[in-house]
Design a protein around this ligand. Structure first.
Ligand code: NAD
Length: 321
């Protein structure tokens, strides 16, 4: 039986990845600084560890009878645009320490395969209707925020270890990922979850606030599709970073309208000042085609599932208040 370590297993994508690996027949150890907030872990073993500390990374990697076959590194101090713009020092300090210590420990322990979760935040902003950027276009670098700079550094560090140690490194640059069992309130939530929550909280005929003017373009990839892509990329021989996301690019207004449609309510949108991030995204998916993968869940289906889960959380929180 193959053994996998999932770092960040108490988080959104890590939690879903544990389920995917269990379905694929792995023995899984999850590690996180906190337990999963929304669902009991399906990992065979779950360790609460602060991965900023090198000795905790060694602890996480220690396993009877050799090494883990695969390590999936998704632990990060992260959140949506509100968090990214306010917690710049925490992001750069904490996520860099996690990545520095995890790749160093994994390479020295001689883990054969190491997956790193990067982001399309490594790219510069784009103009509307600009042709696609490929993975190579991340350099010369000009990310819009410090989160992107930290990811770029961590990518390069992992690739340096791959040149000097017997470790295969696989790097995904995720587009926005959404779905149930992710942070939906508290300041770290990302746009799809925040908008679903606002719609769920709004009365029929009510109003939601959306940051910016609604014209920013994004891809939103449903989490089940993303964990399938992570798994395939890790098994593949694709070296270097790979953009992972669907082909569907929509405006933030379209995202909000999709959440409103899922609610069945009549809800109006008011545009307010707030941290929006980049204006446009459009990334080449040529490299990920080698994975024989494409996002299967379209936005309306994925948002319908996400809205239903968040509306249930909102109702539960209201009952508990
Ligand atoms: P998340 O915040 O839900 O999960 C990250 C997990 O890392 C959290 O559970 C957190 O507790 C854990 N963590 C933070 N500090 C830690 C520490 N010191 N020690 C151990 N664990 C620690 O985020 P997510 O959306 O699941 O993202 C997973 C990865 O994917 C992250 O690296 C993120 O940057 C990347 N990513 C996510 C998206 C997205 O849209 N969700 C997009 C691009 C990249």
């Amino acid at each position: 039986m193959k053994k996998a370590l999932v770092c960040g297993a108490g988080g959104f994508i890590g939690g879903h990845l544990v389920k995917k690996l269990k379905r694929a027949g792995y023995w899984v150890r999850g590690v996180d600084i906190k337990a999963h907030e929304f669902a009991p872990t399906q990992a065979d073993e779950f360790l609460l560890l602060d991965l900023r500390e090198a000795h905790n990374c060694w602890h996480a990697l220690a396993v009877d009878g050799g090494t883990f076959d695969e390590v999936y590194q998704l632990a990060a101090d992260m959140g949506g645009m509100g968090f990214i713009h306010t917690a710049e020092c925490e992001i750069m300090h904490n996520s860099a320490l996690i990545n520095i210590n995890m790749i160093d420990s994994a390479a020295r322990i001689q883990v054969p395969r190491y997956f790193f979760s990067s982001s399309v935040c490594v790219y510069r902003d784009m103009a509307l209707d600009e042709p696609t950027l490929t993975e190579a276009d991340a350099v010369p670098a000009n990310p819009d925020n410090e989160y992107g700079w930290e990811k770029l550094y961590a990518e390069r560090m992992a690739l340096a270890y791959a040149r000097h140690y017997p470790i295969q490194v696989r790097i995904a640059r995720f587009e926005n990922c959404y779905g149930p069992e992710g942070t939906w309130r508290g300041g770290r939530e990302k746009a799809p979850a925040a908008i679903c929550r606002k719609v769920a909280e709004a009365p029929d005929g009510g109003m939601i606030d959306v940051w910016g003017d609604g014209t920013a373009i994004r891809n939103f990839t449903y989490v089940d599709d993303m964990v399938e892509a992570i798994y395939r990329l890790t098994q593949s021989d694709l070296q270097g970073a790979v953009n992972l996301g669907g082909e569907e690019y929509v405006t933030v207004t379209a995202l909000a309208e999709t959440a409103i449609a899922a609610s069945g309510k009549n809800v109006h949108i008011r545009y307010v000042d707030g941290p929006v991030g980049v204006q446009a995204r459009n990334f080449s998916k040529v490299r990920s085609q080698a994975l024989d993968w494409q996002a299967e869940t379209d936005l309306s289906e994925g948002i319908a599932r996400t809205y239903a889960w968040i509306a249930a959380q909102v109702a539960r929180a209201k009952d508990a208040a």
